[in-house]
Design a protein around this ligand. Sequence first.
Ligand code: MLT
Length: 389
Amino acid sequence: MSDTNEVLFTITRDKLNTGLRSFPVGTVRTSFVDPIEGLHYVGYPISQIWHLDPEAAVYLLLHKELPTDAQLADFKADLVARSAVDPAVLDMLSHLPRQGHPMEWLIAGLNLMGMTGKTDDYIEDGLNAIARLPTIVAAIYRIRSGWGAPIPSEPERGLIENFVHMLGVPGGNADNLTRLLRVFYVLHLDHGGGNLSTFAAKAVASTLSDTYASLGAGMAGLYGPRHGRANQDCLNFLKRVGTTDPDEVEAWIRQALANKELIFGFGHAVLRAEDPRATIQYGLGQDICPDDPLFKTALAMRERAVKVLKENPKISNPYPNVDAISGTLLQAVGLDDSDYYTVLFGLSRCSGITAQIIDERVNFRNGKGVAIYRCKYITEDQPRRDYKG
Ligand code: MLT
C-alpha cells in the first residue's frame, strides 16, 4: 500500500509558469511514457503492440486487458452497431466555411454530434464517439477538399478499413493507406495523462460537461502548433530542406539553427531518447516508401539533426519524436495535404482521451470521480489598492 502522504514533487518558485512541467496532478491507468523506452499502453511497450488491431488497442485502453478473440469480436460488433452518424450532422458540416482549418471542423463536428446525439452517460457517449468519428473525419476530408459527397459507411469492414473506404482518396493506394493508418491510429491513441489535449479534455469533463464538449476542448488543444499541429508543420519544414544528401542536410540544419529556426520533429517534454512511435514509423517507411525523396530526407534528418543538436549541451532531447516522420509517410501513400494531418491524429487521440475521461468520471475514487480541476495560481504584481472613486 503506498504512503498517501508521500512527497511526490517539490514546487519551488522557479517551477511556476513552466506549464505544469512534471507536476503530478492525478493518476492514469491507460498509458505511461518512460523517458527512455517511451509509450506503454497499460504496461505493454508500444514497440511490442503497435501492430495490434486498432479495435484491440482501444479495448486495451478501455478495459485494461487485451481482448480475447471473442471479446474483440463483440467489441467490434458493438462499435458497428453504434457507428451511424445523424445525417443532419453531415449536412451541417457541408455548410462550414472551407477556409476553416480541418481541426476547427473537427471541433465543430464533435459539438454537432453532442447537440444531436448525446446521452450524458460517459461510457455510452465515449463509445459512440469512438465508433462515429471515422465517418466525421472522412466527411471533413471529402467535403472540405472538394472530393465529393461523403461515401456511405460500411462499418463491418473495421474501424480503419471503413475509414479508408469512406475517404475514397483520389488515386490513393488503399492497401498502403490502410496499412499505414492502422498503425498511425494505434500509435497516436494515448500518451500518458498529462499531454495537453488529454489534460484539457479531462479538466473540462471534471465540470461534468459531456464527452463531446470535453473532446472538443481536447481537440482545440491538439490544434496548436506546439501539440498535434506539429505533424503538419514538420512535413512543411522537411519539404523546405530540399535535398536527400546527408551532408547537405547537415549544412541546412546548421544554417537553420544559425538563423534561430526551430528544427521541427525533434525533442519532447518527457522523452529523452528517440520516440518509439517514430522508430516504428521509420521501419514502416522502409517497407511502404523506401524510395520516396521526402522519406530519404527524413532519414538524413534523423541521423544528422541528432548529431548537430547533441552539440548543444542545453538541449535535453535531441531525438526525433512522432511528428518527425508521420507526415512523410502520409504524403507517400497519397494524403499529401498536410492541413489534414492533425485531424488524423485527433481521430485516434479522441479514443484514448475517451478512455481516460471514463476512468476519471466513472472509475476513480471508488466511482465518485475526480473532483473539478481547480489549481492554484500565485499572485504576482497585484498589490492591494483602494479604489478612490
Ligand atoms: C502526444 O502524443 O501527446 C505528444 O507527444 C505530446 C505529449 O506527450 O506531451
